[in-house]
Design a protein around this ligand. Structure first.
Ligand code: SF4
Ligand code: SF4
Length: 158
């Protein structure tokens, strides 16, 4: 699944099975197949497993076109721009009108940033760590992603 997965993404058939003894190596190879550079994924960037031996089909020969998740583009903002504009560059979740109040996001938010106000679910952005677990886990597509003006400008230019 690409795009805004794992719930709201698009299913694509890559005709590839990735398997290995080291889960990190499997994740890294899968990310490369999907067109991500290692240094753009924090979890992969931080790990150091050394050289990964890929048996079978070469990564370069797998040709699939994928859509990147919306929040991926925020990582393309150069560090010096992020350092200067810091708090003005963000993407954050927003609970939409079609929320069914199933409370899945409320129960799963790791920092209890989701709460009820006047019968509606709201997000306390002073607590929210922007992990997007709520966004990824809402099966009703009732959580959108809102970008700051500066983020919008930057993303549109790419
Ligand atoms: S998971 Fe989605 S539908 Fe359920 S309460 Fe949260 S926003 Fe509403
Ligand atoms: S993005 Fe993460 S921290 Fe923020 S409200 Fe959603 S689940 Fe909670």
């Amino acid at each position: 699944m690409d795009g805004d997965g794992p719930v709201n993404g698009r299913v694509i058939n890559a005709n590839v099975i990735v398997a290995g003894e080291n889960p990190f190596a499997v994740d890294t190879v899968t990310a490369r197949i999907l067109g991500f550079k290692d240094e753009k994924i924090d979890y992969i960037k931080k790990e150091k497993t050394g050289k990964i031996e890929v048996l079978g089909e070469k990564i370069e020969s797998i040709n699939i076109k994928t859509i990147k998740p919306k929040n991926f583009y925020i990582k393309l903002i150069p560090q010096f721009v992020a350092d200067i504009f810091g708090k003005l560059i963000w993407i954050r979740p927003e609970i939409l009108e079609n929320c069914t109040k199933c409370e899945r996001c409320l129960k799963n938010c790791p920092v209890n940033a989701i709460y009820y106000k006047k019968g509606k679910l709201k997000i306390d952005y002073s607590k929210c760590i922007k992990c997007l677990c709520c966004y990824e886990g809402c099966t009703y597509e009732a959580i959108g992603l809102k970008e700051s003006l500066l983020t919008k400008i930057f993303i549109k230019r790419r």
